[in-house]
Every structure is written in C-alpha cells, then in structure tokens.
Ligand binder design. Sequence first.
Ligand code: TYD
Ligand code: MG
Length: 466
Amino acid sequence: MARRSTSYVCQSCGAITSKWMGRCESCGEWNSIVEEQTSGGGGIGGGPGRASRSKGRVVPLVGLSGDTKEAPRIQTNVAELDRVTGGGFVRGSALLVGGDPGIGKSTLLIQAAAQLANLGHKTVYISGEEAIGQVRLRAERLGLGKAPVALAAETSVEDILATLEADKAPAMLILDSVQTLWTDQVDSPPGTVTQVRASAQAMVRYAKKNGTTLVLVGHVTKDGQIAGPRVVEHMVDAVLYFEGDGAHQYRILRSVKNRFGATDEIGVFEMTGKGLQEVSNPSALFLGDRTTSAPGAAVFAGLEGSRPLLIEIQALVAQSSLGTPRRAVIGWDSARLSMILAVLEARCGVRFSQHDVYLNVAGGLKINEPGADLAVAAALISSLSGLALPANCVYFGEISLSGAIRPVAQAQSRLKEAEKLGFDQAYCPEGNLKDGATSALKATGLPELGDFVAKLSVQASVSGDS
Ligand code: TYD
Ligand code: MG
C-alpha cells in the first residue's frame, strides 16, 4: 500500500508547498492553492513506482546521426490545419489545442477526425464532456455521420488505455478534454493540476510508445492560460491556440509551440452553420466590405507567421473636451499608440494634445507587430486632417523614437499580397526597397516619418484643390 501524503498544489503553475497559502509564491496567483492527496509511491507525475525505480536499466547511448527516418506526418487535407501543424500531424507526437469554451475546438477536431478517418487512418475520438448522442448529433449536422471514426464517451485513463490496447493502435487519438480525464494513480479530483498532469503523462507515454498522434483539448481560463495544466504545455510537442471573439465569425488557429515546425503560423477558419470552413484568402475577410472614402482608415500589409495578411487600421481623432484627452485602443498595444503620438508630435509637429484618439483594428484581430506603426500613423494623420487616404494604397514600417522608419521582415511577400488583392501603391521603409524588394506595385521608400507627413500633406492639398 502506497503511503499517502497531503500536499498543497498551485492550480495555476503546479508548484507544491507544504502548507496552504493565499498566494502562490512561485507564480504570484491568488487563491490558486488547493489541498491534494498524493500517494507516496507513484509520485505526483504518476511515474513508475518506487520498486521499479531501484532497479536501474541500461539504456543504449547512440550518436546524433543515424538512420532515423524523417518524422512521418499524417495530413488531414485541411490546408489551414496542416499549415499550423507544420505540414501535418507527426506520428507519435502529442498536441495540446487550447481555447475558450464554445470557440469551436470540438467542432474543429471532429471535422479533422472525420477527414483522417475518410483517408483511411484509424481515428479514435474520446469525449469526456459530451455524451455519445451529442457528438453524433453534431457530426450528423456537419454531414460527417458516415466517417468511420471510432467514438467513445469516457474519462478514466485506465479504461481508455485498456480499450486502446485491446486493438491495433490508432493513428490519431483525440481526447476532449484533458480537464475531464482522471486516473486512479492519484487521489486528487479530476481537473486539478495533479490529475491533469498524471493523466496527460499516461496518455503521452501511450502515444510515444505506439506512434499514435495524440491531440489533447484544453480549456482556457479568463486570463488566457490553459486552465490548470500549464504543466501540460511542457509535456506536449506542440501547443495550438484556437482564438476568435464571439462577435465575429472567423477563428484563428495559432501555433505557440511546435517541436516539428515553425511557430506563429496561423490557420484561418470561419464558423458557419455547416461547421468550420477554411478561409484560404484571409486578407479579403479582414478587409471586408471596405468603404474607402472615409478618413482615418489605412490598410496595413502585415505578417502572421510566414503568411502576409492585409488588415484595415481605423483611427478616429476628435476634439476633446477633457483635460486629459482619451486614448482608446482595440486590437493593438496602447503603449505603442502613445509612442507614435509622441513621435508625431515631437518629430513632425503634428499635435494631438487637444484631441481624443480612438484606434481600432478591423475584424476584431489583434496585431502585435511593430511593422503596423506606419499604417497607424497614416490613419491618425488622415483622421486628424479629415482627408481620406488613397484607397489603393498599403502601408508598413516600424517607427523608431527618432522618427526614422525602420525596415521590417519579408517586405517582398507583403507587397505581393497587396498586389494580389488589387492594391497598386505602397509606402514602406526605404531600407526594404534597397535590398531589392520589387514588384509591379508603385512602392515609395521612406527614410523618416517627417517625409511621410510631408508627402501626405502634399497629397491632401492636391486632392483639396481638385
Ligand atoms: P464547440 O466545438 O462545442 O466549442 P468548444 O469545444 O471549443 O467548447 O463549438 C460550439 C459553438 O460553435 C457553438 O456556440 C455553436 C457553434 N457552431 C456553429 O456555429 N456551427 C456549427 O456547425 C457547429 C457544430 C457549432
Ligand atoms: Mg468542446
């Protein structure tokens, strides 16, 4: 009989303390420490028992080069999903798909499961949240009822492992969700860090041993962490986040960790009555039905991962009646906005101190690329002067505190994307044109923000005269 002991585990970071505290010393989270029972023998991770630990086993040590084949991948033929995983799911790897409740994780995965099953890969989908009837109903609605997916509603890790071991190992195993899993190796209730960690570990071990691709679904808490098991993020090979907001139809699958591919890749989907549809041309989605004649709108030629994306930046500059004018930003960094306002004021003499400034990224997207600086500056100046920017023009470039416009990565592919969507002018950093970025677009290279402001005011006076 294993010795039982009580420990106090932070549900946010997994740190263990010997006494209860109101605040975790390791991650600073309040009220996250919970009393948990751990059996002395199994250890928190549910690893091998003490008896087997004492007998050391000789492991062969090998060199770095060898005849290990290139990690074979299984492709789903959902191009947006394959892009994010870096070209398909790697066999024997474990992935964590996180996202807010109701964002569409189960929908995405049942669709992927059906695709894989239709392609002839053995696919098992285990739902710990929904009853079989509910999953079937959804599959039926999505028109996937005929796909040969093996389905079960189960939460016990031991039962799941016994079921899997009774038959040929599947190519793909989906567990929805990791928070509902529990193993009798540990005594804590399901959903606690100890349970989630032990269950995930057991499943990851199974996947590695059998060459099965394991997909774990994880919920995200209000502040954006995968609930409880941040510890799980270290255990898996890839972490994907499924994001989007309730008010918009589009969803973004973003890779934040990937041992077998690039991170920061995104896949774009649209939630429709028939489930998630791939969006192969996201720029068109984010530009939407643009009314081009309004002042304060500038199109930013951005980059998400390796993929160029055109996004509209909207600014509204209005006379302020407040002592301290308002600055409100949605979809961008407010500190960055203050910086651009300060540079415009100090280096170019454009004053906003008597004005409220509102900035919005169209479509509800969040950008955190400094390359958007120039587009933001253009939108601000356009709104302040009340003159619309040319409709066929895109902007990108990072603005430094000195007012210089610094080059950004992958100018060429940004220009190409703009050209593809029918734009024929671009304002970009001069440095980017020097290193040979050319296209059919009329690209104007800018060394300084001052030059840009001067160019805009010339444009304004020309259009004002006509
Ligand atoms: P779901 O996949 O259950 O979310 P999660 O697993 O992340 O909690 O998605 C639920 C939402 O998706 C629900 O609010 C309804 C919407 N939805 C559609 O709009 N169309 C569809 O075809 C489906 C299946 C769901
Ligand atoms: Mg779900």
